[in-house]
Design a protein around this ligand. Structure first.
Ligand code: FAD
Length: 454
């Protein structure tokens, strides 16, 4: 009999709930048995469910959770190489490595992400322009293939399968464990320069002109501002703080790991009317005008993970959920493309609290990896019901006109035609998948929607 329970699953945007069979193997042995017995079909791995849409949901199939597949296998504190099962979270890695002076080479805006999810989405952080994405730092993975066999993959061993797995959204196989190169840091603190930019042109030029000077950069954009202030932002530019720059009290424990505090939580789903253009505009105005140009030394979690401070913050968007629209434009079209996106969102009154802009560097070899040189803008958009699809379609058109693309880890609504136009290496990916997964054993609802199956 197939183990597991039937349950409704969705991801962070709570936009696509689906009834799935969820299996939580208790060990690597049980995981292996699942594949060898072919006890399931239409399988997709699930990490922490922090992707926004339906990447780790399979309404017609089986979802494999990793709650118990989260052991560390080794850590070399001299060279900063960690070997762990894929269910280990980025938070777990920080706890183990930071006291030894090592930190994540790159990190998304939440630490509640699994290693499997970070590799499968090839996640990026505020330092893409310097360090690239997560996959660049993976030394190797052990992959369980559809037929139950094990394949070791790395940039030098089975490199095609390795790079297809990086950014491959769980569709090449199940990442059982991974070896990751960490980054040396001088402390667990970051020296952050806050700088207000009066409009989009100012923020783009500041991001480009400071990219050699600061390893980390990110801008918060007020996406309801219009006219000459369109795209006004608060930019945060940062480097890791050297031990000598710390105050004497911080210097006594320079690699302090912040204890996981009991987090304040959003206790219930907010009613739909709470977030409206008026309330968001008030918040945005207050935030922008409260900021001063200044420099501060802050702990790593305030800089990298401000949203992790409030548990279940996704409930502020109410029961209907929300989507995140993360658009990437190449350098040459970024200014006009971003301007059009912001004008369209603003004219629809599509209130977005969270709009974040980042500088991106060179792409890696992964055929489905999202990031290449340019700028990326991520907007949270509440589920506006019937108005949502026309808005998204007009944003997609702008992106396509400007050779832009959407991020699979954030996507909830992209169709197969749009995906094919945005990801020209899709066929290359599918050819590799055909060789190792000819029956499309690994599949998610997102893969069905965007045509990453056959
Ligand atoms: C508040 C917030 C901020 C974020 N900020 C960023 C950011 O700055 N940059 C960024 O890049 N992303 C960001 N994200 C997105 C997030 O980093 C990615 O969606 C990530 O993939 C989530 O990992 P997860 O463990 O939750 O995986 P899930 O969401 O559960 O799954 C994501 C994908 O990984 C696959 N997967 C998981 N485990 C395995 C495995 N063992 N083997 C094979 N495939 C596997 C799944 O099948 C799925 O396709 C953010 C998300 C949130 C909620």
């Amino acid at each position: 009999m197939i183990p597991g329970i039937r349950t409704s699953l969705s991801c962070w945007g709570r936009f696509h709930p689906a009834e799935c069979r969820l299996i939580e193997p208790e060990s690597r042995m049980k995981l292996a048995a699942l594949f060898c017995d072919h006890a399931a079909s239409g399988v997709i791995a699930r990490g922490m469910g922090r992707s926004y849409g339906d990447s780790s949901v399979s309404g017609e199939g089986t979802v494999i959770g990793q709650t118990y597949l989260n052991r560390f296998l080794s850590f070399d504190p001299q060279h900063g190489i960690i070997h762990c099962e894929a269910g280990v979270t980025l938070e777990d890695i920080i706890k183990v490595s930071l006291p030894h002076g090592w930190f994540l080479p790159t990190t998304p805006g939440t630490k509640y992400v699994s290693v499997g999810g970070a590799i499968a989405a090839d996640v990026h952080g505020k330092n893409h322009h310097v360090d690239g994405s997560f996959g660049n730092w993976v030394k190797g993975v052990t992959l369980i293939l559809a037929d139950g066999s094990i394949m070791e993959c790395s940039p030098s061993k089975n490199p095609d399968v390795f790079w297809a797995t990086v950014g491959g959204m769980g569709l090449t196989g199940f990442i059982r464990d991974a070896r990751i190169q960490l980054r040396r840091v001088e402390s667990s603190y970051y020296s952050v320069r806050y700088h207000r930019c009066r409009n989009l042109e100012a923020v783009l030029s500041m991001l480009a002109s400071t990219e050699q000077q600061y390893r980390y950069s990110v801008g918060w954009i007020d996406c309801l501002s219009r006219g000459s202030g369109l795209g006004r932002s608060v930019l945060m530019l940062a480097n890791n703080t050297g031990a000598r720059a710390l105050t004497s009290s911080l210097r006594s424990d320079p690699f302090r790991v912040r204890a996981s505090a009991r987090l304040p939580s959003v206790p219930f789903d907010f009613p739909d009317w709470v977030l409206n253009p008026f309330s968001v505009n008030l918040f945005n105005q207050a935030y922008y005008f409260k900021q001063r140009d200044r420099e501060e030394i802050v702990p790593y979690d305030s800089f990298f993970y401000p949203l992790d401070g409030i548990s279940s913050w996704n409930r502020i968007y109410g029961k209907r959920g929300f989507i995140q629209y993360q658009a990437l434009f190449p350098d040459k079209t970024a200014q006009t493309g971003l301007r059009k996106i912001l004008e369209t969102v603003s004219s629809h009154g599509a209130a977005s609290f969270l709009a974040v802009i980042k500088r991106c560097g060179e792409a890696n070899l992964a055929p489905l990896s999202y990031i290449h040189r340019g700028y990326t803008l991520a907007l949270d958009i509440p589920n506006l019901g019937a108005q949502l699809m026309p808005l998204i379609k007009s944003l997609d058109e702008i992106l396509l006109e400007h050779q832009g693309r959407l991020y699979l880890a954030k996507d909830s609504m992209m169709d197969a035609k749009t995906f094919a136009a945005m990801y020209p290496r899709r066929e290359e990916f599918l050819n590799i998948k055909k060789q190792i997964d000819p029956e499309c054993f690994f599949i998610s609802d997102q893969a069905r929607r965007v045509g990453l199956c056959f």
